[in-house]
Ligand binder design. Structure first.
Ligand SMILES: Cc1cc2nc3c(=O)[nH]c(=O)nc-3n(C[C@H](O)[C@H](O)[C@H](O)COP(=O)(O)OP(=O)(O)OC[C@H]3O[C@@H](n4cnc5c(N)ncnc54)[C@H](O)[C@@H]3O)c2cc1C
Length: 351
């Protein structure tokens, strides 16, 4: 599709042969044949009218912090850059804040913390955009976006209309939502609205490393800012900064396995950490499983796993998407051979 094929008014910004390296935190080289930046909601309607969504199944890109470009994407890339943080409703005790899908998630967390709005302080410093946050129901330190989620707006590429979904309609699960399933490829999130508290905050502090940090600082009665500061401190000390070393955070989801299978594994590995999941199921930390297979801190060519967290696959410089993908496959095979558990990538594999 050429830019000249589109009408002047509401013309989206179309570029060709764009390097995606600056657009993914794993810092993998890949080229997008067509790269379209969406700066206005009208751009989506323009593309729809031009038949773009009938001809193409574009890859929707936010901050690229949960993506592995295994190869050059064969589809056009649509970078969502819709911005604007607004308060849409407010009373004495709560506030509804809406943010554009292209806003940086951490900017929204800072916006809230600075004003004393509670609800997303545990989700500080998660890379990426607001629009991607509900796609995998981002979560950290005992909290998930679904707990404060009010609604989102998305562009339905089949209908060519903007639609709104409530929390129930998003079918949130562990790193999961309807947008990864039934609506995959159909919904482009344009904005997200959250319900935050102005008083009587529902503070979550019972996450091990968070409790430890607050204790270390001598904070007995923490507020939103204390939790925010503690989370920022812990994340900076435990996770690699993508600006310094390419990574996409946790590469795999923590597997949820039947209790019987867990009991069997526990017989041979009595120290296996675990969390109760849904009735009859147990969640096991994927990082621990990978570490048991002796992958922690291992280098394989230009890729490897992070020295302090085996669950994070890193790019030591110029690893290709294929190399990283192959390492992920090797890790999956080792874990399956040793424990009979199939790890599923949390990262979205493209190309
Ligand atoms: C160092 C590091 C730490 C991390 N820690 C955490 C953590 O603690 N918890 C956690 O949950 N995640 C974590 N992540 C993963 C990542 O930050 C989140 O998944 C984040 O929400 C991805 O946002 P993004 O804008 O970069 O999305 P992208 O990587 O660009 O896209 C991710 C997926 O969402 C889709 N998507 C993006 N924008 C839209 C949109 N507007 N509409 C529809 N679909 C869209 C894409 O097509 C893709 O499938 C971490 C990543 C890194 C690098």
């Amino acid at each position: 599709m050429k830019a000249s094929e589109l009408p002047e008014k509401g013309k989206p910004k179309i570029k060709h042969r764009v390097s995606l390296r600056p657009f993914n935190t794993l810092s993998v080289e890949a080229t997008a044949e067509t790269f379209i930046e969406i700066l206005e909601k009208e751009d989506l309607q323009t593309l729809y009218r031009e038949g773009f969504f009938r001809k193409f199944d574009p890859f929707i890109l936010g901050g690229g912090s949960n993506v592995l470009f295994r190869d050059n994407p064969s589809r056009p890339v649509l970078k969502i850059s819709l911005k604007g943080i607004d308060i849409v409703a407010e009373n004495d005790s709560s506030v509804q804040v809406r943010a554009g899908a292209g806003d940086v998630w951490h900017d929204l967390v800072e916006f809230a913390v600075q004003r004393g709005y509670g609800g997303i302080e545990n989700l500080a410093l998660i890379p990426g955009t607001v629009g991607a946050a509900p796609i995998q129901n981002i979560g950290a330190y005992g909290s998930e976006i679904e707990q404060v989620f009010s609604s989102l707006e998305f562009f339905d590429v089949q209908e060519g209309t903007f639609r709104s979904f409530t929390r129930e309609e998003c079918h949130f699960g562990y790193r999961d939502s309807i947008f990864k399933r039934d609506l995959r490829g159909r919904a482009i999130v344009t904005s997200v609205t959250l319900n935050l508290t102005k008083k009587d905050h529902n503070l979550i502090t019972d996450y091990y490393s968070l409790t430890q940090r607050l204790r270390e600082k001598g904070i007995e009665d923490p507020g939103i800012r204390d939790i925010f500061d503690a989370v920022v401190f812990i994340r900076k000390s435990k996770l690699p900064d993508p600006k310094e070393i390419g990574n996409a955070g946790s590469f795999f989801k923590n597997p949820v396995i039947p209790r019987d299978q867990f009991k069997q594994i526990q017989r041979n590995h009595p120290d296996i950490p675990f969390f109760e999941a849904a009735e009859g199921y147990i969640k096991v930390p994927a990082g621990w499983l990978i570490e048991q297979c002796e992958w922690k801190g291992k280098k394989v060519g230009k890729t490897g796993t992070y020295e302090h967290q085996a669950l994070v696959i890193v790019n030591h410089g110029s690893a290709s998407g294929k190399e990283i993908y192959q390492l992920a496959e090797r890790i999956q095979s080792s874990v399956f051979e040793k424990f009979g558990i199939a790890l599923t990538p949390e990262v979205n594999i493209v190309g």
